[in-house]
Design a protein around this ligand. Structure first.
Ligand SMILES: Cc1cc2nc3c(=O)[nH]c(=O)nc-3n(C[C@H](O)[C@H](O)[C@H](O)COP(=O)(O)O)c2cc1C
Length: 444
């Protein structure tokens, strides 16, 4: 569901029937910015992107203009890659853009490729997004037929081929270097950085890699001017952002907000808040990998720096709301289950850390742990954070650690309750491999 929230830049007219087709997109002014951009000097475009202050919308929040300026000049094979993996739980904004307005993404990609001198571009889309991949492929064909892709685009002398590449549905392939390996036909594992993709990316060539929302915002920025765009939002968090709101709210969906809006106005205003009689217990401000914030934090403004100062992050802009019926133990266990499954296993802190965290949380869930084990869980999270090849390990450690810290009392209460329950007994369970600490359920 898409609700109204102002100002509308990316979601403007998004539900208009046929917007996914070229004639409707062109009727709304589509591809005009690209036509103009192809006549402009590249460094002027980079400057304007810098002026806009746009920070990447995929999670890390790195400034787009600066990243584009890192791509070396010269006549070498360069690449543009769109990260459409969108695997972070709670995030579903890129899906809406690709499904309903694929041409704005293609237009943004043509401009980005022209700006950095890339002649080959790829959209790496998560395997589960089959319908969106079909829509994108149809749009790419339309753009080719119109002469917006291929050789000598509109007589500019610029050539660009664009492919839609379907991933196999692995969270790690959203990590930019894992994505590049996967695109090259290898197992999707993150690479050691540096070198960063801007210097050595796809097929060892300089590569600009950006998120769907980031690239789709380029025509908007150039259309209104970088300086004008920078007036939206707040300092160091300019512009509008698509926010996916899910969990215990009455109106889940994608909302376009001006950065710097109060979190309460997003959760309670736009998304309708929790159902009557319930309150927000905790919320993830930037997808499942962000440390949780509490009800008291709802009056913070939603922007990159404020979320970071509060000990969390804006991430992909996916707010997940958990009301007072939610057990933090359950949530921690679900997170660990997901990240352990998705860990590629290439580096030890992530491979071992996610595995041990899951095993310890399973013991907590079953009531087999002691409060000392909670300290151990925290200690393991501290050993994961900052020590992995990519931040997948941190993506589990940060929220799990925040849940154990902020709800320590509830974790301990859970342990006590489990131990006191009638059907709890430590013993030997041959069916489960004979571990002495396996709980036996006594069925009356
Ligand atoms: C484990 C992991 C998963 C990620 N998944 C995604 C993703 O699904 N989509 C995305 O755009 N960025 C994802 N990222 C971030 C990318 O590595 C990269 O920062 C992003 O594509 C850069 O684009 P941007 O600057 O436009 O945000 C992920 C990072 C990690 C560590």
């Amino acid at each position: 569901m898409t609700a109204s929230a102002t100002p509308h830049l990316l979601l403007d007219g998004i539900d208009e029937p046929g917007l996914n087709t070229l004639p409707v997109y062109a009727r709304r002014g589509g591809y005009e910015v690209m036509k103009d951009a192809l006549r402009r000097p590249q460094d002027g475009i980079v400057e304007e992107l810098k002026q806009s202050g746009l920070r990447g919308r995929g999670g890390a929040g790195f400034p787009l203009g600066m990243k584009a300026s890192f791509i070396p000049a010269g006549d070498i094979d360069k690449y543009l890659v769109c990260n459409a993996d969108e695997s972070e739980p709670g995030t579903f904004k890129d899906r809406e853009i690709m499904q309903k307005c694929p041409h704005r993404l293609i237009e943004g990609m043509i401009i980005a490729a022209y700006t950095v001198g890339a002649n080959k571009a790829f959209i790496f889309i998560r395997g589960e997004y089959m319908h969106q991949a079909d829509v994108l492929e149809a749009a790419v064909e339309e753009a080719k037929a119109a002469g917006y892709l291929g050789n000598d685009i509109l007589g500019s002398g610029f050539n660009l081929d664009l492919w839609v590449h379907r991933g196999a549905g692995a969270y790690i392939c959203g990590e930019e270097t894992g994505l590049l390996d996967s695109l090259e036909g290898k197992r999707g594992n993150p690479r050691l950085k540096p070198p960063f993709p801007a210097n050595q990316g796809l097929y060892q060539g300089p590569t600009l890699i950006n998120n769907v929302e980031t690239l789709s915002t380029i025509p908007v920025i150039l259309g209104m001017g970088g300086e004008e765009y920078a007036k939206l939002g707040v300092e160091r968090s300019s512009g509008t952002k698509l926010i996916s709101v899910s969990g215990h709210v009455q109106r889940p969906g994608n909302y376009e907000i001006e950065l710097g809006m109060k979190a309460r106005d997003i959760i309670e205003g736009l998304a309708g808040g929790t159902t009557p009689g319930h309150r927000v217990k905790f919320w993830f401000p930037g997808g499942s990998s962000s440390p949780v914030l509490l009800e008291d934090d709802l009056d913070l403004t939603y922007d990159f720096d404020t979320m970071a100062k509060a000990g969390s992050m804006l991430g992909s802009g996916a707010i997940i709301v958990c009301d007072d019926t939610t057990s933090p133990v359950d949530v921690a266990l679900k997170l660990a289950t997901f990240y352990r499954h998705e860990s590629c296993g290439k580096c030890t802190p992530c491979r071992e850390g996610t595995n041990w965290t899951l095993r310890m949380l399973e013991r907590v869930e079953a009531g087999l742990a002691t409060p000392m084990d909670l300290d151990r869980i925290e200690s393991v999270q501290n050993q994961i954070m900052g020590n992995c090849l990519c931040v997948l390990g941190d993506a589990m450690a940060m929220p799990v650690s925040s849940l154990v810290k902020k709800f320590r009392g509830e974790f301990e209460e859970h342990l006590e309750k489990k131990r006191a329950s009638e059907d709890f007994m430590l013993g030997f369970d041959p069916a489960a491999g004979g571990h002495v600490d396996t709980p036996i359920r006594v069925v009356a």
